[in-house]
Design a protein. Structure first.
Length: 508
């Protein structure tokens, strides 16, 4: 019988942890042997999560052999797979270690976990069920697994120190189309003697995703990660969805209402923050929308240093973090002198905290290039910030980062040949989320825009206009090729920024 382990032996550490080996043998005053038996009664190997509730010592130990441990009270959780691949059993219980201590997880005591969705999504889906046993004190003792329906069991416990989260996932068998479904629930105050639950679709939210190609291409991994509003760790396990799709692609993920984080990893990796989604609602989310360009938090002064902020040269408009393939350089100048310069490679941060010599005008220039397959979009970008800074004050600089949003592109981020594309010029000015750093008031004085159809050899001026609270510019597209975009924003205090993205979108 085939078993799918989608998230086996997952442990979530929410408190201070001490990894295996951190406690020395000399500190041990006892030993613990955890015997793990499968559903036929045969001893099988398993990892056991072990947490000392007094010292916060947390580690994994191997079953079926003695492990030196300090005396004390421990929370244990494990996931036991049958030797003949006939199922997986999850369980948890507490033990007091004093001298030579032995305890057993016997999968024959496990009771079936049966979870379904109503209405049922229908044929054409592979269904899995999941179960996670966790310590109810939000300690790190949490473990669970997923398996096909009928192959998952849980060992009951009347101890209120443990709880059970369970759920079901329906994934389409087709690799090119179909929706995804995840539903879950949590039982507190002990682990029940089996689960037979039907969960309602009415408690789900729908994320309607349009994943475009261009800035990224090929096969992409999509991840949907859940964060409990109550801070509990157990509900994380069943509420995790991961799958692959070829770009471009469209699908809907039906998920339990709550906080979700979405990420996409193809040639490059991008992710966003957690956002709340309500039950019964449908939210549209476009990933890989042109243009991937500079975005993030502006620099700030901090006790005579300039913290360069978190500007990502290749941020997806919907998933603003990531862009790990970029390499490039950053340089800070003042009064004709270079104060700081740094070259970074793929996966490295644009870092540095140069000391500012005094109040005055500074220029920060950042550039980046991504190593991507031929024909990719958003391959090169730069940001130039000219600003006044006072190192004697802890405050964010003034300036704006332009985020380019071309309208009416198709799923491959292409405009029609010879058409005119309206590009929205978003004025991004994110704060630091640090109350000790002042964000100065600012407003836009003027905006200029250009576009190129020959990779920067020639730049064509395009008028920028303000209407309905947003700045836009019109680009006259060629018959084919790529379009690059540039914008300069000047504020009412004289600070200015220039944002440039080459191969911003395609025409074809």
């Amino acid at each position: 019988m085939r078993r799918i382990t989608a998230a086996a032996s997952v442990v979530i550490a929410l408190g201070p942890v001490l990894l295996a080996g951190a406690s020395t043998a000399s500190a041990a005053s006892g030993s613990l042997t955890v015997t793990t038996l499968d559903r036929s009664g045969k001893p099988v190997y398993a990892q056991v999560a072990v947490y000392n509730t007094k010292t916060n010592d947390f580690r994994f130990i191997d079953s079926n052999k003695a492990t030196p441990l300090p005396a004390g009270s421990y929370e244990l959780v494990t996931s036991v797979a049958d030797a003949r691949d006939e199922g997986t059993t999850v369980g948890g219980h507490s033990v007091t270690v004093s001298g030579t201590t032995k305890t057993t997880f016997d999968a024959r005591q496990g009771r079936a976990v049966k979870v379904s969705l109503s209405p049922n999504p229908g044929s054409g889906y592979d269904q899995t069920v999941s179960a996670y046993v966790c310590a109810s004190d939000n300690g790190p003792a949490s473990m669970g697994t997923s398996a096909p329906a009928g192959d998952l069991y849980v060992i009951p416990s009347s101890s209120k120190a443990y709880e059970l989260s369970y759920g079901t996932t329906y994934q389409p068998r087709s690799a090119t189309g179909g929706d995804f479904w995840v539903a879950s629930a949590t039982h507190t105050g002990g682990v029940p003697s089996g689960v037979s639950a039907t969960l309602a679709q009415s408690g789900l939210t729908a994320l309607k995703v349009s994943a475009r190609s261009g800035p990224d291409s090929g096969q992409a991994d999509f991840s949907f990660n859940y964060s409990s509003a109550s801070g509990g760790s157990c509900s994380w396990g069943p509420n995790s969805l991961r799958f692959q799709r070829e770009l471009p692609n469209s699908f809907t993920a039906h998920l339990p209402a709550g906080q979700w984080q979405v990420s996409q990893q193809g040639n490059d990796f991008v992710f966003g923050g957690f956002h709340g989604y309500a039950a019964g609602r449908t939210t549209s989310l476009t990933l890989g929308h042109a243009v991937w360009g500079p975005g993030g938090r502006l620099p700030n002064t901090w006790y005579k240093q300039l913290y360069l902020g978190s500007v990502n040269p290749f941020a997806d408009p919907a998933l603003p973090d990531g862009g790990t393939l970029a390499s490039g350089s950053v340089k800070l100048t003042h009064a004709g002198r270079t104060l700081y310069s740094h070259a970074y490679g793929p996966g490295q941060e644009i870092d540095g905290h140069p000391v500012l010599p005094g109040a005055g005008w500074y220029t920060l220039y950042e550039s980046g290039r991504r190593g991507l397959p031929s024909g990719s979009l958003s391959t090169t970008a730069s940001l130039s910030l000219t600003f006044y800074a006072d190192p004697g004050r802890n405050q964010q600089i003034r300036d704006y980062i332009t985020r380019f949003w071309p309208d009416a592109l198709n799923s491959r981020n292409q405009a029609a040949p010879g058409s005119t594309t309206t590009v929205v010029l978003g004025m991004q000015r994110n704060g630091t989320d640090d109350g000790t750093i002042q964000q100065l008031s600012d407003s836009v004085k003027s905006v200029r825009a250009w576009y190129t159809t020959d990779n920067g050899t020639t730049w064509h001026a395009a008028g920028a206009k303000l209407s309905g609270g947003r700045w836009t510019t019109a680009v006259h597209n060629p018959a084919s090729g790529r379009v690059g975009l540039r914008s300069t924003v000047t504020d009412t205090h004289g600070d200015s920024s220039t944002t440039t993205v080459y191969n911003a979108y395609a025409v074809g």
